[in-house]
Design a protein around this ligand. Structure first.
Ligand SMILES: *Cc1c(COP(=O)(O)O)cnc(C)c1O
Length: 377
């Protein structure tokens, strides 16, 4: 059996080697490493894939969030509501921009931001909501857009983990995750659903004014070289990465169906065990299984994880600590007990290996050992 990895980038590369190598060597031969033609081709192809008018490539997903916020002209102290159960990027950029992160609890079924909690957190200083589409499925965008509309708030969708999933609204229309709010952001970090071989990211919006501003911000605030109109940053997508991303984008639907197949296998083989909480798909959402995250009794979770490791099965805890309890964030003064769902999830979640290259032998091995370990608990 092939060694089991959380994400098997190498096997995926070997399967697509001729295509990828060709794309890379084209860039090497052109030597157009910065703003080469592959960047614009990728921009166009991603906007077609997502059915959105504007895609702005940038250097990584954290920059994308920062640029999305910079483009909105918020004032220091303005409040931005976001989820407590996620990666640190969101809160990091808010603090850097002197905005006030207002963390709220998440939904226990989907692990995504809880719209009821958003409503309770809105104040006269609230300017924006950043829903994070966690683990492969969109947050409840219908409710979030409604709350935003009622209070005049911007919505920035952090879609680093769910590119390719879509959301079906109450009118039956479906929209790609990341294209529903004021703007969306994503990351092409090697483990993300649409990945490159280094760092990369992008913003998307259907607002031409915002798009132009974002494009300027990622280019030192300039439209014309050496003419800087506003304060920006240097955040470009590498041409080499864009060339790799074009190949991966062509394969994205195949990647998603491979992920779904592996998830189905887990569903079918773990579903009968009442001690395992399986991932649930929320109303209106579709799941691309960026992570396959199960829930276990906090009493046994870490022992099970150890037991799996002894059998050569990696697993991960995304995320072990609520943002509200991160050391870097103590100044905000949150207390333990304020976010019961997030706090419980941090003790119960376990993400199993799931990627585009899994075979049945590996999946069977993982399920057999997981069920066996639980039997002995
Ligand atoms: C990965 C990730 C980011 C950051 O992306 P980088 O490209 O690593 O900067 C932001 N938000 C979420 C939810 C992520 O998973």
């Amino acid at each position: 059996m092939r060694k089991i990895e959380m994400v098997d980038i190498r096997t995926q590369y070997l399967r697509l080697k001729p295509e990828i190598d060709h794309a890379i060597s084209e860039v090497l031969e052109s030597s157009a490493f910065i703003k080469g033609p592959a960047v614009d081709s990728f921009r166009k192809e991603l906007s077609d894939y997502l059915s959105i008018s504007h895609v702005i490539p940038c250097a990584n997903g954290t920059d994308a969030l920062q640029v999305a916020l910079m483009a909105l002209d918020l004032k220091p102290g303005d409040e931005v509501i976001t989820a407590n159960f996620t990666f640190i990027s969101t809160v990091e950029v808010l603090v850097l921009l002197k905005l006030k992160p207002v963390l709220v609890d998440v939904d226990p079924l989907t692990f995504n931001i809880d719209p009821d909690k958003i409503e309770q957190a809105v104040t006269p200083r609230t300017r924006a909501i950043i829903p994070v589409h966690l683990f492969g499925q969109p947050a409840d965008m219908h409710r979030i857009q409604k709350i935003a509309g009622e209070h005049g708030l911007f919505v920035i969708e952090d879609n680093a983990q769910s590119l390719g999933s879509y959301y079906i609204d109450s009118d039956g229309k479906s929209k790609m995750a990341g294209t529903i709010g004021t703007s969306g952001t994503t990351s092409f970090f090697p483990t993300k659903p649409l990945a490159c071989y280094g760092d990369g990211g992008a913003l998307m919006t259907s607002d031409p004014y915002l798009a132009e501003k974002m494009e300027m911000i990622v280019n030192h605030g300039s439209r014309i070289k050496y003419h800087n109109d506003i304060i920006g940053v240097n955040s470009r997508l590498d041409t080499l990465q864009a060339a790799i991303l074009r190949v991966n984008l062509r394969n994205l639907d195949d990647y998603i169906s491979r992920r779904r197949q592996a998830a189905d296998y887990y569903h079918n083989h773990l579903g009968g065990n009442l001690r395992i909480g399986l991932p649930k798909t929320g109303k209106g959402g579709t799941h691309i299984y960026h992570q396959y995250t199960i829930l276990l009794d906090p009493e046994v979770r870490d022992r099970i994880r150890e037991g799996l490791k002894e059998k050569g099965i990696p697993s991960m805890v995304y995320y072990p600590v609520p943002l509200s309890q991160q050391k870097a964030f103590t100044f905000a003064g949150y207390r333990t007990g304020e976010f019961p769902v997030t706090e419980k999830l941090c003790q119960s979640v376990l993400s199993l290996p799931l990627h585009t290259e899994m075979d049945e032998e590996q999946l069977d091995y993982i399920c057999t050992h997981l069920l066996n370990l639980l039997k002995h608990e």
